[in-house]
Design a protein around this ligand. Structure first.
Ligand code: SAH
Length: 506
């Protein structure tokens, strides 16, 4: 059930601490529907991909000490957007009311008679600790926790900080914005009676794939953090619970944790591989190289429907082909029952999975991700009629081989693959900055288009991963030696191949 998102209303939405999966259901609902999105750097930019393509995006770009927009300007922008009659998603890192100045923004809306709603978010004060393997409370260890600013308003006189109260206010103390003051904070806590050997953990970019954790004690942590070069955003967790990380760390122990992997697929397909990579802790850098341009097949599909699909076999070689074929069927007022009298073939396990999503089990999937192998392995095709709905530029291997074996093959070109250069420059910069550990290729065309889009990037030392032998061959033809080749044509196998390759390095 979807709840309404009203125009003229300002929604102060907690974006969560970074991991996009930690956005709330209601937050997502508002972000997806909003006419205007006002965001800052603590909200993960990949969340912006959820916004409507035509939504107004306003970056208020706050970084410590430098405000791209002052708080007054941000308040004014929220009110202005709402008054234009837009639904406004004010996307704020963590929770909007935990050191997020959300209260000020809500008061401003109130003063301007702009209706507002608050969508709480997963605050970094708890989540960064959790992703570091630190529970903020723990039976017999900590029965209370406090969240404290480590950076008081600099205009306030020093004496405002009640260190005695803070030191004994709770078992676990979580400081936000405290990295710059760490030496002062830890010295004051010791002076006011917390043991010098109290465990402390500092978590930078908690819940992101670039999370870093420095561990020490009240007496050692300030120096350790200075030596490590850790910078904001980071939370500092003081208390006996910090020692639990030794046993409970999990996020930064994922097999591909922190690896930066370029995903070269079509814009619509990229997300499956991105999800798999994120699940094992890698940062997926999406480089959509291919856009799928669907052809108008209404007439051709209409004829098939009218004829009751006379083919003995229907063969798909990509999940795009499957999805577009079923979309065309639906548009023609038909459904999967049209295939009831035919056998269904799938080249590649991902293609078979796409069929399964439409309720069909493939009758035959060849042992490798190769149309030619399909034609060679499928039993007695002689005299049978094959329909091959697919890419207009699909390889001729399968139809040729099937015809050579006495079959009749009809092609149904569903789509063209066209280059998509839109994100090239941004990804080229990540290569130049040494911020890429691997590149994945899921088809020959992604190899070609990658080469076309980024002909000059330096790939030395970067793991180049192919989904199958055919893609690997294309890589070699274009001078790219594959570092790993997936054992089967599944995306999950590609991710496993990457994990295996990195395992020795941890
Ligand atoms: N409303 C936010 C806090 C905003 S104040 C929340 O509920 O999380 C900004 C401070 O939050 C940063 O200086 C840092 O201390 C902390 N912070 C936000 N996101 C963080 C993250 N992913 N990892 C560590 N600290 C984070």
């Amino acid at each position: 059930m979807a709840r309404p998102v009203r125009q003229g209303t300002a929604y102060l939405v907690g974006a969560g601490p970074g991991d996009p999966g930690l956005l709330t259901v209601r937050g997502r609902e508002i972000l997806v529907a909003a006419d205007a999105v006002i965001y800052d750097r603590l909200a993960n930019p990949t969340l912006l991909g959820l916004a409507r393509p035509d939504a107004v995006l306003i970056d208020v770009g706050k970084t410590p000490g430098r405000h791209a927009m002052t708080q007054e300007e941000i308040n004014a922008a929220i009110v202005e957007q709402a008054r234009l009659g837009r639904s406004v998603c004010r996307l704020k890192g963590g929770d909007p009311f935990v050191f997020g100045r959300g209260g000020e923004e809500a008061l401003e809306c109130l003063a301007a008679s702009v209706p507002f709603e608050i969508v709480p978010g997963v605050t970094s004060s708890i989540a960064a600790a959790a992703y570091a393997g630190i529970p903020v409370t723990h039976r017999n260890v900590a029965t209370s926790f406090a969240v404290i600013t480590g950076h008081e308003n600099p205009d306030k006189p020093e004496t405002q900080v009640d260190w005695a109260g803070i030191a004994h206010g709770a078992d676990t103390l979580v400081f936000l914005m405290g990295i710059g003051n760490l030496a002062e904070i830890t010295a004051q806590l010791i002076r006011h009676g917390r043991a010098a050997d109290t465990p402390v953990a500092v978590v930078q970019w908690g819940t992101w794939t670039r999370q870093r954790v420095v561990e020490g004690t009240l007496s050692t942590i300030a120096q350790l953090v200075a030596d490590s070069g850790l910078k904001p955003p980071a939370v500092t967790i003081v208390g006996a619970v910090a020692a639990l990380r030794e046993r409970l760390a999990w996020w930064d122990r994922k097999p591909l944790f922190g690896r930066r992997v370029v995903v070269t697929r079509s814009r619509t397909q990229a997300s499956d591989l991105t999800d798999l990579l994120t699940d094992v802790g890698a940062e997926a850098i999406e480089l959509p190289v291919i856009a799928i341009a669907a052809r108008d097949v209404a007439e051709a599909v209409g004829r098939l429907v009218a004829a009751g699909l006379p083919h003995d076999w229907v063969v798909f070689a990509s999940s795009n082909a499957v999805d577009l074929f079923f979309a065309a069927l639906a548009a023609a007022g038909a459904d999967a029952r049209l295939l009831a009298g035919s056998k269904v073939g799938a080249v590649g396990a991902s293609t078979a999975e796409a069929l399964a999503r439409h309720g069909l089990r493939a009758d035959f999937v060849p042992t490798s991700f190769s149309g030619e192998d399909f034609a060679k392995q499928v039993g007695s095709p002689e005299g049978l009629r094959f329909l091959f709905p697919g890419a207009a530029a699909a390889s001729d291997d399968m139809p040729r081989e099937l015809r050579a074996r006495g079959a009749e093959v009809e092609l149904l070109p569903l789509y063209d693959t066209v280059p998509d250069p839109s994100d090239g420059a941004a990804v080229a910069r990540r290569f130049a900055d040494g911020e890429v550990d691997a590149v994945t290729f899921t088809s020959s065309s992604t190899v070609r288009l990658f080469r076309e889009l980024l002909p000059d990037v330096d790939l030395s030392g970067i793991c180049l991963a192919a989904i199958g032998p055919r893609t690997a061959d294309t890589m070699r033809e274009l001078g790219l030696e594959p570092t790993v080749v997936a054992a089967t044509s599944r995306l999950s196998a590609l991710v496993e191949a990457l994990s295996d390759w990195w395992q020795p390095a941890g």
